[in-house]
Design a protein around this ligand. Structure first.
Ligand code: ATP
Ligand code: MG
Length: 398
């Protein structure tokens, strides 16, 4: 018996895609390959509706599992012990080895059941005979340490699969995030700020298989270099799930000052947001993104009332999706804690919105009033707008 380091990847939703199933599986394999590249050499393959990851070199198992359990589409990762020989003794030894590796630290005081599947029916014993024999042998070895059988509700289900000329043993499922493999559902441009909400929004859309790009509107010297670093850090955290994120850093200062100098101050945030959206739309179209994503939630601040959202939306034709629209702040906070962006989001920084923010911003803007204000920018803002887009810096976050 020869123990190969192997993992079985469990996935759920992509299994329901009918004829397109292989597209999803192939994309998931590709995502896994990419994420594991820095960890070692791996063979990632699709086999009878399962995905196996086999290590071909030395590697850090904790790091590999940490990376795989963050990939969208992965419901769980099962470490597998392989029996290279197709004999009962070899398979039983693989189960014992699996037990030693998996439970030596936590002890053997639990109930179990063996569940065998013979994909290769050439094996001389049937599934029930194998279940019985292995169950018996394992029990004998660990019974004195508390191990017992429970066929109805076992704590641990020991799965034994006989495929090809090998036996595969696994028992533990390390949960992944679920969702769909990124790259199976188009592309979107996320308005990424350094706050709590937009990284969560970006994560949520990526989780549905959408490849993410992002844009950050930077207003130096009114916003600090640290604010930009923070946005990059947040994007990098999200990229651990979503894959590489192309981030545009747009210098927005001149556009913002033009708005400040020419428009009523209680409308600044609304007009600024409309320019965010216009630029995001231009960048989105350039890169074949089908939608713009924001972290807006109804009623959170004055620019997120229903009236404000409607007026901001009106600036563009591209669909704008706001995945956290109906979530309370506390819910978004809990979500961000779960995905690991919270601690970075709450680092202090200057937000370009707060510097130019009026004491009494409009909460129920009217389309015609805002459009009238924007007409004051005609002949002034166009070259500044173009320059902002042309000088946008691109960073790949991964
Ligand atoms: P967040 O926590 O995501 O920063 P927020 O509660 O601070 O949001 P706003 O500042 O009103 O709310 O921003 C609403 C949304 O507009 C953000 O979620 C983000 O999608 C986008 N946004 C705000 N500022 C910027 C910026 N400087 N660059 C890019 N997008 C931004
Ligand atoms: Mg913000």
């Amino acid at each position: 018996m020869n123990n190969t380091k192997m993992y079985l990847v469990r996935y759920a939703e992509i299994g329901t895609k009918g004829k397109n199933r292989y597209v999803f599986e192939d994309m998931l394999c590709k995502r896994i390959r990419n994420r594991l590249k820095p960890v070692g050499e791996f063979d990632v393959r699709r086999d009878f509706g399962r995905i196996y990851v086999e290590a071909l070199s030395d590697f850090d198992a904790d790091e590999a599992v940490e990376r795989m359990t963050k990939i969208f589409g992965v419901v769980g990762i099962c470490p597998v012990t392989v029996s290279e020989e197709f004999t009962y003794e070899s398979i039983r030894d693989a189960v014992i080895e699996h037990f030693e590796e998996t439970f030596a630290d936590s002890g053997y005081d639990f109930s179990f059941k063996v569940h065998t599947r013979r994909i290769n029916k050439d094996f001389p014993m049937n599934s029930m005979e194998i279940d019985g024999e292995i169950g018996h042998d394992i029990l004998e070895k660990y019974e004195s340490q508390g191990l017992h059988v429970d066929v109805h509700k076992p704590d641990i289900m020991v799965e034994v699969e006989l495929r090809g000329e090998k036996g595969y043993v696994y028992s533990k499922i390390l949960p992944g995030p679920g969702g769909l493999p990124v790259g199976t559902n188009g592309r979107a441009m996320s308005l990424l700020s350094g706050g709590i909400d937009s990284p969560v929004a970006t994560y949520m859309v990526a989780k549905r298989g959408v490849e993410m790009e992002a844009v950050y509107f930077n207003s130096p010297p009114y916003t600090s270099a640290r604010a930009l670093e923070k946005v990059k850090k947040l994007g990098t955290i999200v990229s651990q799930y979503a894959g590489p994120i192309k981030l545009y850093v747009v210098n927005f200062t001149d556009v913002q000052l033009a708005i400040y100098d020419n428009c009523p101050h209680d409308q600044l945030t609304i007009i600024m947001k409309r320019y965010f959206f216009r630029m995001a739309e231009d960048l989105a179209k350039r890169d074949d993104c089908q939608a713009v994503i924001t972290g807006e939630s109804i009623g959170q601040v004055s620019s997120q009332t229903m009236q404000s959202l409607a007026v901001i939306d009106d600036a563009v034709d591209i669909p704008v999706f706001r995945p956290v629209i109906g979530m309370d702040k506390q819910e978004i906070v809990e979500y961000s804690q779960r995905i690991g962006t919270f601690e970075t989001s709450i680092e202090p920084y200057e937000d370009c919105c707060t510097i130019f923010v009026d004491k009494h911003p409009v909460t129920k803007p009217k389309f015609h009033v805002i459009e009238k204000s924007e007409r004051r920018l005609e002949g002034i803002i166009e070259p500044l707008y173009q320059k902002s887009l042309e000088t946008a810096e691109v960073v790949i976050l991964k």
